[in-house]
Design a protein around this ligand. Structure first.
Ligand SMILES: Cc1ncc(COP(=O)(O)O)c(C=O)c1O
Length: 477
């Protein structure tokens, strides 16, 4: 028998052993990459709310929001209770021969919370699967008679082949094969949208576009579509019978101050809405797409097509039971209101820091519990720093912003035990994204720490960071 590591042994691995196993069996390059940003040297013991407890006893304030997963914070007690209860009652998992009461209840609750006739739900496991399911359904809605799907020039919809074909973020920088018939328009730009539609309209005025997929708030670039743009896109899609898909995989469940970002705009209803991340309360890997009734009925609702789209884990018991609890928490604990309050504190605090550190901070942007701090491109790098970095990086037009943002993130972690992360869709940003269970005190801890780090100035931040990067890279090699 091969010698297998037990759960017990896994929990007792040292960081060196974890690096070693990652290097051999997961990804060597991931170990190097995370190391050069000053991370990956600590192991987590436990996590609760906005705080992570490291094995070495340090408490880290988590302002990453778990990249959208942690609106509920770590290990929300009601989310944990739902999972414990499910297990204690020995509930059944996946089965094709029985209906799931959890899927039934979760679908009901989504229909009750969402506007219009967004009534029919399907629950796969990741954001990209939800996007692909939505686009596939739109194609089927038109019975294969239309062949074009439009996305925006800053879109991020995931990294599977299909969702990746609809993604324009530089995070996907390799030419994978594309699903056929994709085209793009400039984000929030009506003229560009009209031009894209015209490119796919024949001389008889018939559109070949079956779907438009759009993030009303682009979490990766912190931009949002103005109301008039969204209403006009909705009007045109209705007029031309194009399925309008809003991707709120990231922004759902209160993050920007409404249950879903598009609900800021009265009367605006997409044909399909995608969700994931905090839908699972930080515990379950569940996503969903919720469809307007006539679209679903025409696409799939007949006996012949009833299983045309399915996945093995659709209706996974514990995942949907967890999502039921996560959704109740988001509603009953008023996550949208919490996000608005956090947003007021962050907007005011970050604007103040931007004014006081105007040599370093170019601008700030965001809404609710999702903000970005953009650091300046210039001044040119100090020679001491240029001499330390690879030539290819030195030639990157965004090199200063990249290094400075990396330096601020590393210093916040190293010197203040605060975790933030790096946004890199077109412009480089320091992403500030507290969980919605964070309070004013945590925001003030963060703002004071950022003030301290920015006070060090460009030269010291860069020199410290590059030196540390080099020694970290040597250590992992
Ligand atoms: C708006 C949006 N759509 C889709 C995805 C893809 O989700 P997943 O990584 O779960 O596939 C993401 C992930 O960050 C996202 O932000």
């Amino acid at each position: 028998m091969p010698e297998l590591l037990s759960l017990d042994q896994a929990e007792r691995l040292s960081i060196e052993q974890v690096h070693d196993l990652y290097g051999k069996y997961v990804s060597r390059s991931q170990v190097s990459l995370i190391g050069t940003f000053g991370f990956g040297r600590d192991l987590v013991e436990s996590a609760e709310g906005a705080w992570i407890q490291l094995r070495d006893g340090r408490a880290v304030l988590d302002f990453t929001g778990g990249v959208g997963v942690l609106n509920h914070g770590h290990n929300h007690p009601r989310v944990l209770a739902a999972r414990d209860r499910y297990r204690q009652q020995r509930r059944m998992e996946v089965h094709k021969n029985y209906f799931s009461p959890y899927v039934a209840a979760l679908s009901h609750n989504l229909a009750a919370l969402l506007p219009g006739d967004l009534n029919i739900s399907y629950f796969p496991n990741s954001g990209a699967e939800a996007v692909e399911g939505a686009v596939k359904m739109a194609y089927k809605y038109h019975a294969g008679r239309r062949g074009t799907v439009l996305h925006t020039d800053i879109a991020f919809h995931g990294k599977l082949m299909g969702a990746g074909s609809l993604t324009a973020s530089p995070e996907i920088h390799f030419d994978f094969p594309q699903i056929p018939g994709t085209d793009s328009f400039a984000y929030a730009d009506l003229d560009s949208f009209h031009l894209a539609l015209e490119r796919h309209t024949d001389s008889q005025g018939r559109s070949d576009v079956y779907a438009v997929v759009l993030e009303p708030f682009s979490a990766s670039s912190l931009r949002e579509c103005p109301a008039d743009f969204l209403y006009e896109v909705r009007r045109i899609c209705t007029e031309q019978d194009i399925v309008l898909i809003f991707d709120e995989v990231y922004t759902g469940w209160g993050k920007t101050g409404e249950l879903f970002h598009f609900m800021r705009h009265p009367g605006l209803v997409p044909d399909v809405l995608t969700t994931s991340k905090s839908f699972g309360g930080g515990k379950s890997s569940i996503s969903g797409y919720i469809t307007r009734e006539p679209v679903f009925r025409r696409a799939y609702d007949n006996l012949g097509d009833a299983t045309l789209h399915s996945t093995t884990y659709y209706g996974f018991g514990e995942e949907t039971a967890t999502a039921l609890a996560a959704v109740s928490v988001a509603v009953e604990e008023d996550f949208p209101g919490r996000a608005r309050k956090l947003g007021e504190l962050l907007s005011a605090g970050l604007a103040d820091l931007a004014a006081r550190h105007s040599g370093l901070v170019a601008s700030v942007a965001g809404r609710g519990a999702l903000h970005g701090v953009y650091l300046r491109q210039g001044p040119t790098l100090p020679k001491a720093v240029r001499d330390l970095i690879p030539l290819s990086l030195a030639k990157d037009p965004q090199v200063t912003a990249k290094l400075l943002t990396g330096a601020v993130i590393a210093a916040l972690y190293r010197d203040h035990n605060i975790l933030t992360f790096f946004g890199s869709n077109q412009r480089i940003a320091l992403i500030v994204s507290p969980p919605l269970v964070a309070g004013e005190e945590e925001v003030q801890i963060f703002l004071r720490a950022l003030d301290d780090v920015l006070s060090r100035g460009v030269r010291r931040l860069l020199t410290d960071f590059v030196r540390e990067k080099i020694s970290a890279a040597k250590a992992v090699r």
